[in-house]
Design a protein around this ligand. Structure first.
Ligand code: PZK
Length: 297
């Protein structure tokens, strides 16, 4: 990890994910970490093929943070969210968000609108995804008749989330809460696609996280960003093969091309990215932001 955790006066680092970091604000009177707030910081780190690359993508953290804030607002009539303030230390301005600390639900809430990835694997093996029987004959990239809820475990750092049946979610958090997060997750992806597909982007699937404020379900984390969702260019959508990634295709293409000298199967860390790949990738994140929001980044 090249540059983080940061030394942020008034905050203590509490956790780092692959590309984001979590801090707790300190009570100015006592210096004790507050238990009701967190500072979520999106870095410029990018992952590909399960590695965090050595080369950051300039402004990625700010683009994704601003996109997530915009989506929270687009979704506000469906679900309350955890954002408290974007007034954060200069060192993380634009990519840091102060949020309400919630009691997080111990489930990854995934919805799929198109069939690909792990969902496609399950379908090919069983004809169903997360216990939901699908029409026969679907291929990679097909749109599903309607978005479906395909929850997974929250795996510890380094491990992969595992798909779980809806019944396991009910057993974990109770039937009423399970039905609520299922319906919200599907509604978020459906609303996301109503907006995004009109702007040339398909949201194949998404992962969202919810927490509780008392007994109210609150949307947390980031939402409908390219790091939490598969973004596909709508004009290149062609079921029958893996779809290009809106944001990471230049990175993947270069890493798997001869000039990189890297092989996925080597187990070695990928090499640093050339500057043209960095610039093209940055431009794709900015393009996604600008297409979706209609605002200049
Ligand atoms: C919380 N994460 C994942 C996100 C990371 C890790 N509002 C909240 N209340 C309590 N906990 C969390 C949240 C949120 N969001 C989120 N882990 C805990 C995560 C960002 C960076 F390092």
């Amino acid at each position: 990890m090249p540059d983080e955790p940061l030394d942020l006066p008034g905050f203590v680092h509490v956790y780092s994910g692959k590309v984001r970091d979590l801090y707790a604000p300190l009570d100015p009177g006592t210096g004790v970490p507050r238990e009701d707030r967190l500072l979520l910081v999106a870095s410029d780190r990018i992952s590909a093929y399960d590695f965090v690359l050595d080369t950051p993508i300039p402004d990625k953290g700010e683009v994704l943070t601003r996109l997530s804030l915009w989506w929270f607002d687009q979704l506000a009539d469906l679900v309350p969210h955890h954002v408290v303030s974007t007034d954060v230390p200069d060192a993380v301005r634009g990519r840091g968000v102060l949020v309400e600390r919630l009691d997080m639900l111990p489930v990854e809430c995934v919805a799929r609108a198109y069939l690909t990835g792990g969902g496609l694997g399950e379908y090919t093996a069983t004809g169903a995804v997360s216990g939901i029987r699908l029409p026969s004959g679907l291929v990679d990239g097909d749109r599903l008749p309607e978005p479906i809820f395909t929850p997974s475990t929250k795996a510890p750092a380094g491990a992969h989330d595992e798909p779980i049946p809806f019944a396991a979610v009910e057993a974990e958090i109770g039937t009423a809460l399970a039905e609520r997060v299922r319906d919200l997750t599907v509604a978020i992806l459906a609303r996301g696609n109503e907006i995004a597909s009109a702007r040339g982007i398909l949201l194949a699937d998404t992962k969202v996280e919810f927490g509780l404020r008392g007994d109210e379900v609150v949307l947390a984390d980031e939402v409908l960003t390219p790091d939490s969702s598969r973004f596909w260019p709508a004009d290149q959508w062609e079921p029958g093969h893996p779809q290009p990634s809106f944001d990471k295709q230049y990175v993947r293409d270069w890493l798997t091309s001869p000039p990189s000298g890297w092989s996925r199967s080597s187990g070695q860390a990928p090499p640093a990215l050339p500057e043209d790949v960095v610039a093209q990738t940055r431009a794709k994140y900015v393009e996604a932001y600008e297409r979706l929001t209609g605002e200049a980044f």
